[in-house]
Ligand binder design. Structure first.
Ligand code: HXC
Length: 255
C-alpha cells in the first residue's frame, strides 16, 4: 500500500522504516505524504513507534536534493510546510517515539529524529544539518528543535558549519540518548524500548502531552518563510547543482 515505507509490528511496538535505500532514504513529497497518511490513520491506536531507515547506509540523508533543486520559493514553502506538518504529527503522537538512527541522519533526516522523543544511534553513524553547504537552511523544524535540544551555541555551530557529528560527539552534546553497537542494531533498540512496554500508556500519553510545547507553529512559520526565500537565490541553485554534479559549490559572497 505504501511504496516508500515498510511497517512492521513487534509485540506492542510498531516499526516504521523509510524505504528508499538507493536514494539513501531521502525524503520527497511522496514519502512525506505517505508518512503523513500513515501517521494520521494510525494515531488513535497510540502504539509506541520506532522510526528507522532501510539499508545499511542511511537513516535518512535529508530531503531529496534533486527534487528541491528547481523549486520556486512558493514550492519550497509548500514542501517545507508539508514536512513540518508530518513531523508535527510525530511530535504529538500519543505514545513515545524513538528514532533508531542506523546510518546517516542528515538535514531533514536529523530533523525527523529531533521530532521523536528518543534518539538511539548506531556506532559509526553520522548526524548533522549540512544544508548550509547547499546554500539553504534547515526547513523541517531543525532550527527550532536543535536549539531546544542542544542549546543555541551548539545549534548555531552545527547549522552554520554544516559539520557532521559522530555518534560519540552527538551523545556528548546531548543530541542522542544512547549509542548501540552496529551488530543487531535494531534488535538492541527494540530491547531497550521494551522498558516502556509495561508502563501505563495512558500515563505516558499524559506525561508526553505535559512536557511537549503547546505551540510550535510560530517558530515553524518563521523557519519555512526564511527557507523558502532562499529559493530565489543563486546560492541555492548553485549549492544543489554542485551536490548533484559532485563538485564544490561556488557561492556568490561578493559581487
Ligand atoms: C537526493 C541523495 C541525497 C539527498 C544522497 N543522495 N543524499 N539524493 N537527496 N539528500 C544520492 C546521491 O546523489 C547518490 O546518487 C546516492 O544517493 C549515494 O550517495 P553518495 O553521495 O554517492 O554516497 P556517499 O559518497 O557515501 O555519501 C553519502 C552522504 C552524501 C554523505 C550521505 O550522499 C551526502 O552528503 N548527501 C547529502 C546530504 C545532505 O546535504 N542532506 C541535506 C539535504 S537538504 P547517485 O545517483 O550518484 O548514486 C535537507 C533540507 C530539509 O534535508 C528541509 C527541506 C524543507
Amino acid at each position: 500500500m505504501f511504496s516508500n515505507l515498510e511497517i512492521k509490528e513487534e509485540g506492542s511496538l510498531t516499526i516504521l522504516a523509510i524505504n528508499r535505500p538507493a536514494q539513501l532514504n531521502s525524503l520527497d513529497t511522496e514519502v512525506l505524504q505517505e508518512m503523513g497518511k500513515w501517521l494520521g490513520e494510525n494515531r488513535d491506536q497510540g502504539r509506541i513507534l520506532i522510526i528507522t531507515g532501510k539499508g545499511e547506509k542511511a537513516f535518512v540523508a535529508g530531503a531529496d536534493i534533486a527534487a528541491m533543486k528547481d523549486m520556486t520559493p512558493l514550492e519550497a514553502e509548500q514542501f517545507s510546510s508539508l514536512g513540518q506538518r508530518v513531523f508535527s504529527l510525530l511530535y504529538h503522537w500519543p505514545a513515545p517515539t524513538i528514532a533508531a538512527i542506523n546510518g546517516y541522519a542528515l538535514g531533514g533526516g536529523c530533523e525527523l529524529s529531533l521530532f521523536c522523543d528518543f534518539r538511539y544511534m548506531k556506532k559509526g553513524a553520522k548526524i548533522g544539518q549540512p544544508e548550509i553547504t547547499l546554500g539553504i537552511i534547515p526547513g523541517f523544524g531543525g532550527t527550532y528543535f536543535l536549539k531546544k535540544i542542544i542549546g543555541e551555541a551548539l545549534a548555531k555551530d552545527l547549522i552554520f558549519t554544516g559539520r557532521l557529528l559522530s555518534a560519540e560527539e552527538a551523545k556528548e552534546y546531548g543530541l542522542v540518548h544512547m549509542i548501540l553497537e552496529e551488530e543487531d542494531f535494531l534488535s538492541s533498540v527494540i530491547k531497550h524500548v521494551k522498558n516502556l512496554e509495561d508502563k501505563s500508556l495512558l500515563a505516558l500519553r499524559s506525561a508526553k502531552n505535559t512536557i511537549n510545547d503547546d505551540d510550535i507553529s510560530q517558530a515553524l512559520i518563521k523557519e519555512r518563510t526564511l527557507f523558502a526565500e532562499l529559493f530565489s537565490s543563486h546560492d541555492q541553485k548553485e549549492g544543489m547543482s554542485a551536490f548533484l554534479e559532485k563538485r564544490k559549490p561556488n557561492f556568490k559572497n561578493s559581487d
